[in-house]
Design a protein around this ligand. Structure first.
Ligand code: PLP
Length: 334
C-alpha cells in the first residue's frame, strides 16, 4: 500500500530523472565559486526572476537569514508579519544572530500588510529608536497568494522612507501558477527574494536568495559565516535546476488535488474546512478531539500520515495523486 504523507510538501522523494541528473552533475568547490552546476543554477534563477544575481543556500531558513543580514546591520529593524516564517519559524535568527530587531504586525489573510499600520510602525530617525530598514513579505502565506498589486503599493511606501524589501517566496511558484502570473512580475519590486527548491518543486534540498548584486555579495559572506559554504554541492544544485525547469507547471496538479480534498472533506459531517484558505496546495481542516483520536489508528492502518492536532494543515505535493485524495477522503468518512 502506497504511503500518503500530507504533513508537508517537503517530504517528496526525488524522481528517477532527478536522481539521474544528480549523478551526472559536474562539480567543483563552490566556496571558491568553482562548482559549474551551482553557477548554472544561480545564473538560471537570476535570469528567471530578472534579477542581477542569485546565491544557493542549503535551506530557506538560511537564505532568509543571509538576506536579512545583507539588508540590515546590528540595531536595524525589519517590519514583518507576526505569523511570517522569518519571524515565527526560524528560531528568531534575525534577532539571535543578526541583532536585527523585528517589528511585527498582524498580516491580512491574503498575506498583504495594512500600509497605514506599516506607516505608523516606521520609526523616526532619532537616537531613541532602532533604525527601520526593511519590510519583509511572504508569498504564499499559509497557502494564500499575495494580491498581485500589493508589492508595488508597499514599494511606494518603502521608497518614501528609504526602506528595502525582501520577499520570503518559499512557495512563490505556487502563486505564479495559481495567479497565472510571470514570476518576474511578482518579484519586480523586491530587492531580494528567497525561493525554496525543496517544497513543491521537489528537490531534496536547497533554496536560492535572488536579487541585487550588492546584496547577494554581502549575503555570500554571511552564508560562509553561518556555515553554509558548501563544497561539491553541484549534485544538489543539479536537482534544483531540474526542479526549476520541470516542476513548476505541475504545481497546478497539487492545487487541483487540494481543491478536491477540500471539497470532499467539507461534505463530511463533523469535518469543517476553511474554504477561503484553499488557494494553492494547503487545506486547513478541523475535527473534534474525539474524531481526531479515532482518526489516528485508522490513518496508521491506511498508511496515511497526518499532522497532529484537531486543526490540521494538509499539504498536497507531487507524491500525492488524485487517486490518493480519494483514499484520504474515505479515511475521514470512516
Ligand atoms: C519552508 C519555508 C521556509 C524555509 O524553510 P527551510 O525548511 O529552512 O528550507 C521559509 N519560509 C516559508 C514560508 C516556508 O514555508
Amino acid at each position: 500500500m502506497k504511503k500518503i504523507d500530507l504533513r508537508s510538501d517537503t517530504v517528496t522523494q526525488p524522481s528517477d530523472d532527478m536522481r539521474a541528473v544528480i549523478a551526472a552533475a559536474p562539480v567543483g568547490d563552490d566556496v571558491y565559486g568553482e562548482d559549474p552546476t551551482v553557477n548554472k543554477l544561480q545564473t538560471y534563477a537570476a535570469e528567471l526572476l530578472r534579477k542581477e544575481a542569485a546565491l544557493y543556500c542549503p535551506s530557506g531558513t538560511q537564505s532568509n537569514l543571509v538576506g536579512l543580514l545583507a539588508h540590515c546591520e546590528r540595531g536595524d529593524e525589519y517590519i514583518v508579519g507576526n505569523a511570517a516564517h522569518t519571524y515565527l519559524y526560524e528560531g528568531g535568527g534575525a534577532a539571535v544572530l543578526g541583532s536585527i530587531q523585528p517589528q511585527t504586525l498582524d498580516l491580512n489573510a491574503d498575506a498583504s500588510m495594512d500600509l497605514d499600520k506599516v506607516r505608523r510602525l516606521i520609526k523616526p530617525k532619532d537616537v531613541h529608536y532602532a533604525r527601520t530598514k526593511l519590510i519583509a513579505l511572504e508569498n504564499t502565506h499559509n497557502g494564500r497568494c499575495m494580491p498581485i498589486d500589493h508589492p508595488s503599493a508597499v514599494r511606494a511606501l518603502a521608497d518614501e522612507y528609504d526602506l528595502s524589501m525582501h520577499l520570503d517566496g518559499a512557495r512563490l511558484f505556487n502563486a505564479v501558477v495559481k495567479q497565472g502570473a510571470n514570476v518576474k512580475d511578482l518579484v519586480q519590486h523586491f530587492d531580494t527574494v528567497s525561493i525554496c527548491l525543496s517544497k513543491g518543486l521537489g528537490a531534496p534540498m536547497g533554496s536560492l536568495l535572488v536579487g541585487r548584486a550588492d546584496l547577494i555579495e554581502k549575503a555570500t559572506r554571511w552564508r560562509k559565516v553561518v556555515g553554509g559554504g558548501m563544497r561539491q554541492v553541484g549534485m544538489m544544485a543539479a536537482a534544483g535546476l531540474y526542479a526549476l525547469k520541470n516542476n513548476i507547471s505541475r504545481l497546478a496538479d497539487d492545487h487541483a488535488n487540494a481543491q478536491a480534498l477540500a471539497e470532499g472533506l467539507r461534505a463530511i459531517e463533523g469535518v469543517s474546512v476553511d474554504m477561503a484558505m484553499v488557494e494553492t496546495n494547503m487545506v486547513y481542516v478541523t475535527v473534534t478531539k474525539e474524531h481526531r483520536t479515532r482518526l489516528e489508528p485508522l490513518a496508521a492502518a491506511e498508511g496515511i500520515v497526518l499532522p497532529a492536532g484537531t486543526t490540521m494543515r494538509l499539504v498536497t505535493h507531487m507524491d500525492v495523486s488524485a487517486a490518493d485524495i480519494g483514499r484520504v477522503i474515505s479515511l475521514f468518512q470512516k
